[in-house]
Design a protein around this ligand. Structure first.
Ligand code: AHR
Length: 502
C-alpha cells in the first residue's frame, strides 16, 4: 500500500549560505580511454572542426555550461612529460602510459586542450606531475602556458604557434599522491614538502595563479584525515584549496542504501573543513582554506570490463560506465551536497566529461548522446547560479544498511537575485511512495512557478544508449504556489527542479 511521505521546508532569502561559485559545476578530461581520442578529438569524423575537435561534443558540453575542466589527469599526470604534447605533431613521441597501461600518442597536448577549452567556454584547471617529476617541470609549464613572451619557454610556445598566453589560473599540485597506485606515491611529509616548494616556484613565475594541494584519494584511505592535516601544515600559506575525491557505486545492489550515500559525502566535506580550520587555528592564520572536490561521480559499472582490456592499445574503451536512472538520482543528491556547503566548496569536477565515467558518450565515427547523469548535472549548472539559501527541512526519514535517519527529501535552493529567480532542487529518495512537499516561500513575494522539471522513471536500472534515450526530464511537474506556500507531490524516486520567478 502506498503511504505518502511528507516533508516541510522553509526557504527564506535572509538565510544565505554563500554566493555559489559556478566552478562547482566543473568537470574533468584525462588522457584515459576515449576521453580525448574518440571523445573530444577525432580528426576525420564528419563533425570534426579544423583542429579535429568534434563539434557535436562541443555542443553537448556547452549545453552543460561547464565553467572549468581539469586536465590532463588524474593518475596519468604522475608519469606525464608535458613537453611530449607540444610542438610539431610529427615530432611528438608515442609513450607507454603507465597509469592505464596504454599507448599515448600525444596528438593532443596543453595548447590544443587550452584551445578546446576556449571553444566550450571553460577555463582549464591544469595538473602538474609530482610523481616522476617536480619543481622544474612544473615551473617551466607555468612559464610555457602563462608568460607573455621574451623567455625560453614562453618563446617556445610562440614558436609552436600560440602567440597569446593561455593564462591558466588554477593549478593542481599533483594527483592522489597518497595512493599506492600512483606513480611516485609520497608519504604525507614528502608530499607536503614537494607541494610547498613547487607551489612557491610556480607562484614566482606567475603570482596570479591559484593552487590546489592534494587531499586524500578518498575518505576511506588509511591516512585520512592526517594526510590533510600534514599537507596543510606544510602548505597552508601557499595554497588556496585542498582537493577531495570520491566515487560511489551500488555494489551491494541495495538502492535505498545507495541513494543515501550523499550523507557520506556530507560527512567527508565536514571532516575536511574541520581539518582545514584546525590548521588555521594552529597557525593563528586569518586565511580560510577552501575545498576543491575535483573528482566525484559514480564509478563501478565498468570495473569488470576494464580487467579485460589489452595493454598498450590506443584509446581503448576504458571506464565506460553506462549510467542508469538511480545513478542520476544519486548525482542529484551529490550536487545538492555541494550547494549545502557552497561556503567552503568552491570547485568541484564531475569526473569525467566524455566517454570515461561521463555524462556524454560518443561512438567513434558515430553519434554523441546524453547519459542519465547528464540531466541533474545540466540542471544544477544552468539553474544553480546565484546565492545558495539554507533551507530548513523537516522530512520523514528511513534507515538503510549503512545510514540512519536518511531524509526522504534531499533539497537545496538557489536565489538568483539579479534575474528574480528561485530554484529548488529536490530528490525524493523513496523507492515506493510519493512525497508531499510543503515549502514556505513567503519571503519571495509575488513569485510563481515558472517550471517544474522532473526526471523520473519506473525502472531504477533504465539507461540511455545511442539512439535510445529512455531517461529524459519532462516539465509537467505539479508544483504550485498559493499564499506564499509551495505545494507539490514529488513522485517516488524522482529528481525535481522547481523554478520560481516573478
Ligand atoms: O577519474 C579516474 C581516476 O580516478 C583518476 O585518474 C584518478 O585520479 C582517480 O583515482
Amino acid at each position: 500500500m502506498e503511504t505518502v511521505k511528507k516533508a516541510r521546508m522553509v526557504v527564506d532569502k535572509a538565510y544565505k549560505i554563500a554566493v555559489v561559485d559556478e566552478r562547482i559545476y566543473g568537470s574533468f578530461i584525462e588522457h584515459l580511454g576515449r576521453a580525448v581520442y574518440g571523445g573530444i578529438y577525432e580528426p576525420g569524423h564528419p563533425e570534426a572542426d579544423e583542429f579535429g575537435f568534434r563539434r557535436d561534443v562541443i555542443e553537448l558540453v556547452k549545453e552543460l555550461r561547464v565553467p572549468i575542466i581539469r586536465y590532463p589527469g588524474g593518475n596519468m599526470v604522475s608519469g606525464y612529460n608535458w613537453e611530449d604534447g607540444v610542438g610539431p605533431l610529427e615530432q611528438r613521441p608515442r609513450r607507454l602510459e603507465l597509469a592505464w597501461r596504454t599507448i599515448e600518442t600525444n596528438e593532443v597536448g596543453s595548447n590544443e586542450f587550452a584551445e578546446w577549452g576556449r571553444r566550450v567556454g571553460a577555463q582549464v584547471m591544469m595538473a602538474v606531475n609530482l610523481g616522476t617529476r617536480g619543481i622544474d617541470a612544473a615551473r617551466n609549464l607555468v612559464e610555457y602556458c602563462n608568460h607573455p613572451g621574451g623567455s625560453f619557454y614562453s618563446d617556445l610556445r610562440i614558436s609552436h604557434g600560440w602567440k597569446e598566453p593561455h593564462r591558466i589560473k588554477t593549478w593542481c599540485l599533483g594527483n592522489e599522491m597518497d595512493g599506492p597506485w600512483q606513480i611516485g606515491q609520497k608519504t604525507m611529509d614528502e608530499y607536503g614538502r614537494i607541494a610547498q616548494e613547487t607551489a612557491k616556484a610556480m607562484r614566482l613565475v606567475d603570482d596570479t595563479i591559484e593552487l590546489v594541494a592534494c587531499g586524500s584519494s578518498h575518505s576511506g584511505m588509511p591516512t585520512f584525515p592526517q594526510w590533510e592535516a600534514t599537507t596543510l601544515d606544510h602548505t597552508y600559506d601557499t595554497v588556496d584549496y585542498i582537493s577531495l575525491h570520491q566515487y560511489f557505486g551500488n555494489r551491494s545492489k541495495d538502492s535505498a542504501n545507495y541513494l543515501a550515500s550523499s550523507l557520506e559525502m556530507d560527512r567527508f566535506i565536514h571532516t575536511v573543513i574541520s581539518v582545514c580550520d584546525y590548521i588555521k587555528a594552529k597557525k593563528r592564520s586569518k586565511k580560510t582554506m577552501y575545498l576543491s572536490f575535483d573528482e566525484w561521480n559514480v564509478w563501478y559499472h565498468s570495473n569488470e570490463a576494464d580487467t579485460k582490456i589489452e595493454p598498450w592499445s590506443i584509446a581503448p574503451p576504458q571506464l565506460e560506465d553506462v549510467y542508469n536512472f538511480e545513478d542520476a538520482l544519486l548525482v542529484g543528491t551529490l550536487l545538492i551536497s555541494f550547494l549545502k556547503r557552497s561556503d567552503r566548496v568552491k570547485m568541484a569536477c564531475m569526473a569525467q566529461l566524455v566517454n570515461v565515467i561521463a555524462p556524454i558518450m560518443t561512438e567513434n565515427g558515430g553519434g554523441a548522446w546524453r547519459q542519465t547523469i547528464y540531466y541533474p548535472y545540466m540542471h544544477a549548472s544552468v539553474y544553480g547560479r546565484g546565492v545558495a539559501i539554507n533551507p530548513v527541512i523537516s522530512s520523514d526519514k528511513y534507515d538503510s544498511t549503512d545510514f540512519t535517519d536518511v531524509p526522504f527529501l534531499e533539497a537545496a535552493a538557489v536565489y538568483d537575485e539579479e534575474n528574480d529567480r528561485l530554484t529548488i532542487f529536490a530528490v525524493n529518495r523513496s523507492l515506493t511512495d510519493p512525497l508531499d512537499l510543503s515549502c514556505d516561500v513567503r519571503s519571495f513575494e509575488g513569485y510563481r512557478i515558472i517550471e517544474h522539471i522532473v526526471l523520473e522513471h519506473d525502472d531504477l536500472k533504465a539507461v540511455n544508449l545511442a539512439g535510445a534515450e529512455l531517461v529524459k526530464p519532462h516539465s509537467a511537474g505539479n508544483a504550485k504556489v498559493s499564499g506564499g506556500i509551495l505545494e507539490s507531490r514529488l513522485s517516488r524516486q524522482s529528481w525535481n527542479v522547481i523554478r520560481l520567478g516573478r
